[in-house]
Design a protein around this ligand. Structure first.
Ligand SMILES: Cc1ncc(COP(=O)(O)O)c(C=O)c1O
Length: 428
């Protein structure tokens, strides 16, 4: 906390600004708003883009003659694996096509690494005394929840514009033998929207050479195709980088069509080396007889190939771009040059990350809630829900209609400024 010295006229200006902002906040409170900027869900208009999925059900026969209504096929349909391979940038034999949630695959992967070891029983993380995981922050709360559930200790690593701070990542891996892996969302990270640079990808691929055979990069490419621009920023192929450094076994890739077709009713992909997939297959044999192939087949018929996926995603972008632009505009108009916060301007994905002045995120979220705008709880973007600076807030602009989003952002910026002005007045 800093103490500010204000002269008389600054103080008067601030006090009068605080009165104006309080009045604006009271106005929102009495308007009885009920707006929600919390979870990154597709809007109904986006979901409707995939309504023709249901027309693709019949015939129920896959290209190789498989009756998709029946049991079997733990790896998923060959045509779904081919699509997944192109999506993740790996070979078809390096992909399993799964059920409706990539997060479930991530949980099952980590649970089994914990119980049985990702490279054989001698490496079971639960038997290693202590197991720690690197978590770029701010990051995705559900990634952190999995590690917390398993009792794997999380170590914060700051995110930069080009990915995690790799100097810190490498230093941790070199100095701490209990580090078992790192979470990565390499394209349009949740929540900041950063895209990892080629140098970051290359350095990640080299980690296992230092960390050893039980180290894993959990690379969640959830936003691989979720570009807002027509000329999206490129992401280097992570598996190719690992091949160059002979660390393929350290990489586990994930993606899904949750925000392409239907959220919670799409298909998921997991990519990895043949050794990784063999191991995971053996584990999955205990869990399931196979995924929902009916859904896989209609997805492949609907999405076809990556050209069609990209064309489909341009329709999503046409709906999403005005929402992101509105948020950027409202933030800039109200807060540029005020020193009350900074924010990312992603070119894709589902979120942006706002950093308020230290100690104010919780207060801003509370003020917004009182004015009828629900925000992701402060701290949610950090392991254990603890943001050491109490400054980060995740904004999710995709679900609300433009008019609601506009109203929510008008409330948000008033709350940011009000909390900041009050802090200055208290600290003086
Ligand atoms: C980074 C990230 N991974 C995974 C998911 C969820 O994926 P799925 O619906 O495939 O379980 C989300 C959803 O917000 C996400 O942001």
């Amino acid at each position: 906390m800093t103490t500010t010295t204000l002269d008389r006229s600054d103080l008067d200006t601030l006090r009068s600004r605080e009165r104006e902002l309080t009045a604006a906040h009271d106005g929102f409170r009495s308007a009885g708003l009920s707006l929600d900027l919390t979870r990154g869900k597709p809007s109904p208009a986006q979901l409707a883009l995939s309504d023709d999925l249901d027309a693709e059900n019949r015939p129920f026969t896959a290209a190789d003659g498989t009756d998709v209504r029946n049991y079997g096929g733990l790896d998923g349909l060959p045509e779904a694996r081919r699509l997944g391979a192109a999506w993740l940038g790996v070979r078809p034999d390096e992909v399993i096509a799964g059920g409706n949630s990539s997060l479930t695959l991530m949980y099952l992967y980590l649970l089994n690494a914990w119980l049985h070891g990702p490279a054989g029983p001698d490496g079971a993380w639960q038997k290693s005394g202590s197991a720690r995981f690197l978590c770029p922050v701010p990051g995705y709360d559900r990634h952190f929840a999995i590690l917390e559930d398993l009792g794997i200790e999380m170590v914060n690593v700051p995110m930069r514009d080009d990915g995690p701070d790799m100097d810190q990542v490498e230093a941790q891996v070199r100095s701490d033998a209990s580090i078992r892996g790192i979470w990565c969302v390499p394209k349009y990270s949740n929540p900041g929207g950063q895209v990892y640079s080629e140098a970051t990808v290359d350095r990640l691929a080299r980690l296992a050479a230092v960390a050893g055979p039980h180290f894993r990069i959990l690379c969640d490419n959830a936003y691989a195709v979720h570009d807002l621009d027509d000329e999206p920023p490129p992401l280097a192929n992570v598996m190719d980088a690992c091949r160059r450094h002979r660390t393929e076994d350290s990489l586990v890739l994930f993606a899904s069509t949750s925000k392409v077709t239907r959220a919670g009713a799409g298909i998921s992909f997991m990519g990895g080396s043949p050794a990784t997939l063999d191991w995971f297959r053996r584990r999955m044999q205990v869990v399931t007889i196979g995924p929902d192939k009916v859904n896989q087949l209609r997805h492949v018929r609907f999405l076809r190939d990556m050209d069609h996926v990209r064309a489909h995603m341009r329709k999503h972008a046409a709906i999403l771009r005005p929402k992101f632009e509105l948020v950027f505009r409202r933030l800039s108009e109200a807060l540029d040059g005020t020193g009350t916060g900074s924010w990312t301007t992603p070119r894709g994905g589902y979120f942006l990350s706002f950093d308020a002045r230290p100690d104010l995120a919780g207060e801003i979220v509370r003020l917004a809630a009182r004015a009828g705008v629900k925000l992701t709880p402060a701290g949610a973007t950090f392991p254990y829900g603890r943001d050491p600076e109490d400054s980060n807030i995740r904004l999710a602009p995709t679900f609300p209609e433009l008019t609601d989003l506009d109203q929510a952002m008008r409330v948000f910026v008033v709350c940011v400024e009000l909390a900041s002005v009050r802090q200055t007045l208290e600290d003086r």
